[in-house]
Design a protein around this ligand. Structure first.
Ligand code: ADP
Ligand code: MG
Length: 247
């Protein structure tokens, strides 16, 4: 069974149709790269998956549980349960500046789960180690580089033990020399079979790490398939034109 089913999703902002009948499925352990020009609806799609946006029509089913079915959302308690299965990493990190690294990482579980403080600290330090930032536990985000901030954001998302991790252009705000360290952490997660949906302009990453690529343009999925199908041998002119501009 698919871990995520997206069926005929439509969304408008006012009169602007941003998602036009989007349909796709994600299997457990998939790494999906979503590519496409700016304004094509990639962020809106991703935000809809975690209920930061509400869609107008269609269905989103997470691990068999409807978040929204034919445009009708499940009740709040159900929604909370469903969205808690997903974590999101944003382009601009969204760390709290007044909290230390370890406090940032522990905030959500502290608020939503009853875990003893000591156990929480063990887990947060373990995740900081995983992203290579053990020595930064007690500093404030302002003293970190962009790449370090994003690695903290990834650790924070992992703290909630999500079944699916969503990334919205996680390296787009970084200086080029800092993208590698973030992509490496994401590669490690893929190797550990984390299910991931990654909106990205990093074609190298999409080719190397993703097992499926979705090309979006103008609110639609124009082409989808393996990286070799979509990136190396695009069938559709619009995909080809986009790739020529991005490579
Ligand atoms: P992408 O991530 O592919 O660049 P977005 O999903 O951010 O695309 O945006 C798709 C379209 O929706 C754009 O035209 C954008 O201006 C518009 N849009 C996004 N968010 C909003 C919003 N909150 N209100 C109005 N329009 C929006
Ligand atoms: Mg975007």
């Amino acid at each position: 069974m698919a871990i995520l089913e997206v069926n005929n999703v439509k969304k408008s902002f006012g009169t602007l149709e941003v998602l036009k009948q989007i349909t796709f499925e994600i299997e457990r352990n998939d790494v999906i790269a979503i590519i496409g020009p700016s304004g094509s609806g990639k962020s809106t799609m991703l935000r809809s998956l975690i209920h930061l946006e509400e869609i107008d029509e269609g269905s989103i089913i997470v691990d068999g549980n409807p978040m929204v079915q034919d445009g009708v959302y499940s009740k709040p308690s159900e929604l909370k349960k469903i969205t808690s299965k997903m974590g999101m990493v944003f382009q601009h990190f969204n760390l709290f500046p007044h909290l230390t690294v370890v406090e940032n990482i522990e905030l959500s579980p502290k608020l939503t789960k009853k875990i003893p403080v000591k156990q929480l600290r063990e887990k947060s330090l373990e995740l900081l180690k995983k992203v290579g930032l053990s020595e930064k536990a007690d500093v404030f985000p302002a003293s970190l580089s962009g790449g370090q901030k994003q690695r903290v954001a990834i650790a924070r998302a992992l703290m909630m033990e999500p079944d699916i991790l969503l990334f919205d252009e996680p390296t787009s705000a970084l200086d080029p020399e800092l993208t590698g360290e973030v992509l490496q952490v994401m590669k490690d997660l893929a190797t550990e079979q984390m299910t991931m949906v990654v909106v990205t302009h990093e074609m190298g990453f999409a080719k190397e790490v993703a097992n499926k690529v979705i090309f979006m343009d103008d609110g639609k999925i124009v082409e989808a398939g393996t990286p070799s199908e979509v990136i190396e041998n695009p069938k559709i002119d619009r995909t080809r034109a986009f790739l020529q501009r991005s490579l």
